[in-house]
Write a protein that binds this ligand. Structure first.
Ligand SMILES: Nc1ncnc2c1ncn2[C@@H]1O[C@H](COP(=O)(O)OP(=O)(O)OP(=O)(O)O)[C@@H](O)[C@H]1O
Length: 249
């Protein structure tokens, strides 16, 4: 399925110290309704290694989601480049970009976007079936992933029969189905109560470490940002180190 765009061997096997995600001098501009250019990102560079969780914080409207979309090749930068799992996205056609994205990146959003008429297991199996795995392979891997996120006892529940925290953890399992090198999350705990948010944050920290994912998490949640290896503040279209100590920022 992904034969056209295999990950670099060293990256797949976790060898070497190469970053799994890099933004190189990325600028992103939109044209406003009046024709004026809005520069949302201005020469942003970022490098994320396997096993590393990076938090992005910043005011509403600062461009955090835009940055995440560019990092995950959902949007193209106006200038600069993004490297995903050892591949530059520059000059790729839409189809190749989609293949790279499907192969290398898992996304988690604030709302789970699970399909409500399917069970947790079927939701996680879906990307695997689309990627060409047999039903047996897909079911085995999906069950393992749901077990990994603490939902081994909820495989056959539909989303409506899961708590908000469980729904979000099922969405994490689905994001991991294609065995991505990079996990990107946009306000993943923004819709959860404190206890479920903390459980999700524990899971993220464990996944980054155990599955050697390069992780970027956009969050307003101080506890999640503090748990990251690095927190960066997006301000005035640039990334700067954020000080997430209590009472600061
Ligand atoms: N497709 C687009 N066309 C024009 N402007 C856009 C587009 N997408 C985003 N913007 C603008 O870019 C700016 C940054 O938006 P973005 O959603 O990235 O911010 P954010 O930091 O994620 O905000 P929030 O924390 O509220 O989710 C906003 O002013 C938004 O209106």
């Amino acid at each position: 399925m992904s034969g056209a765009l295999p990950l670099d061997d060293a990256l797949r096997s976790g060898e070497g110290d190469a970053p799994v995600l890099e933004a190189r001098d990325v600028t992103k501009e939109y044209r406003g309704g009046d024709g004026a250019v809005l520069r949302i990102l201005d020469g942003v560079s970022l490098s994320v290694r396997r096993g590393e969780m990076v938090a992005i914080v910043g005011a509403s409207g600062a461009g955090k989601s835009t940055l995440l979309h560019v990092l995950g090749a959902l949007e193209r930068p106006t200038r600069g480049d993004v490297w995903l799992a050892g591949r530059s996205i520059a000059g790729r056609d839409d189809e190749t970009l989609a293949a790279l994205r499907n192969h290398a990146v898992g996304f988690v959003f604030q709302f789970h976007h699970l399909l409500r008429e399917f069970s947790a297991l079927e939701n996680v199996m879906m990307p695997l079936r689309i990627a060409g795995h047999t039903p047996q392979e897909a079911e085995g891997r999906a069950a393992d992933l749901l077990e990994r996120v603490g939902l081994g006892g909820r495989l056959h529940h539909r989303p409506a029969a899961l708590s908000g925290g469980e729904q979000q953890r099922a969405a994490v399992a689905r994001a991991l189905a294609a065995d991505p090198a990079v996990l990107l999350a946009d306000e993943p705990s923004g819709n959860l109560d404190h206890a479920n948010a903390e459980r999700l944050h524990d899971l993220f920290a464990a996944l980054a470490r155990d599955m050697e994912l390069g992780m970027v998490v956009v969050t307003h949640n101080r506890s999640l940002a503090q748990r990251a290896d690095r927190a960066l503040l997006l301000e005035d279209a640039r990334l700067v180190d954020a000080d997430m100590r209590e009472g600061v920022a």
